[in-house]
Design a protein around this ligand. Structure first.
Ligand SMILES: *[C@@H]1O[C@H](CO)[C@@H](O)[C@H](O)[C@H]1NC(C)=O
Ligand SMILES: *[C@@H]1O[C@H](CO)[C@@H](O)[C@H](O)[C@H]1NC(C)=O
Length: 246
């Protein structure tokens, strides 16, 4: 075969098989070891580029347009914090540790456990209020870094039929992240008063745990749906039975 006709042959082959690319090879249903390594390979290879064939968006860095934390006077962090056009850096370093589910019956529970050595949400912030009775105010760039974070995501599948194919929709999606430590860094606190700003950053980092625990529900609410979307995109593009083999 000439090179050209070989190329045409390859293209036709790709069209016939379509769907999930042959490399990496699809896993068997419920072959959790294979599924772990295939997802890790996708994270390593696709995080900085995305891949429209399997509907993965670029997620290194991962944009977070808006995240607000507003707490009333009854909270130890009585603040109004707005993050706009931030990015999360480090998702490409996340590795899947184990999975459950992904068998033939897609309506069963599926679970992913993963570990991220470092995740930083970085970008413009504005804050005012009181943190553990100390007044805080500022507008600038912030960096919240989670070190050594264990995350567990779980969901159930729901069957969606489209054009004679079966797709999986994610329902009851829950994601829980537990960082070993959280670091805060706000630049330009108190109109750029360096001494006050350094003191406040030091204070926030000394008290990182109660502050983080108090802010966690809002952070979770702000991010969970976006992570669900990354996963759901793949399942909404490729029929479930084309993702796995018998
Ligand atoms: C955010 O802070 C972490 C830890 O303090 C640091 O490693 C990282 O480089 C910072 N990221 C940016 C974009 O400044
Ligand atoms: C906070 O961020 C600023 C600007 O990126 C950097 O110069 C400073 O070293 C950081 N402070 C800490 C404690 O990481």
């Amino acid at each position: 075969m000439s090179r050209f006709s070989y190329l045409i042959f390859l293209c036709l082959l790709a069209l016939v098989h379509g769907n999930f690319p042959d490399d990496p090879k699809p896993c068997k249903y419920g072959d959790t070891k294979c599924i772990v390594s295939i997802i890790n390979r996708l994270i390593i290879e696709k995080s900085e580029t995305g891949d429209s064939d399997i509907n993965i968006v670029k997620f290194e860095p991962f944009p977070v347009d808006k995240l607000s934390i507003r707490k009333g006077a009854n909270s130890p962090i009585n603040i109004n914090l707005e993050l706009t056009n931030n990015y999360i850096y480090g998702l490409s370093t996340t590795r899947i540790k184990s999975v459950r589910g992904f068998g033939k019956d897609l309506t069963k529970k599926h679970e992913l456990r993963m570990f991220s050595p470092i995740l930083s949400m970085v970008g413009p912030y504005s804050i005012n209020g009181k943190v553990l009775i100390l007044p805080i105010t500022g507008k600038g760039e912030s960096n919240f870094t989670y070190a050594n974070t264990e995350t567990r995501m779980s969901f159930k599948g729901q069957i969606i039929e489209r054009d004679g194919e079966i797709y999986m929709k994610l329902v009851d999606f829950v994601a829980n992240s537990v960082p070993e430590r959280v670091y805060f860094n706000f630049t330009n606190l108190f109109n750029g008063d360096k001494a006050l700003g350094d003191n406040m950053n030091a204070f926030l980092n000394e008290n990182w745990e109660p502050i983080y625990l108090e802010a966690r529900p809002e952070i979770k609410a702000g991010l969970q749906k976006r992570f669900q979307d990354i996963i759901e995109n793949v399942f909404s593009k490729i029929p479930y039975d084309k993702l796995f083999v018998e």
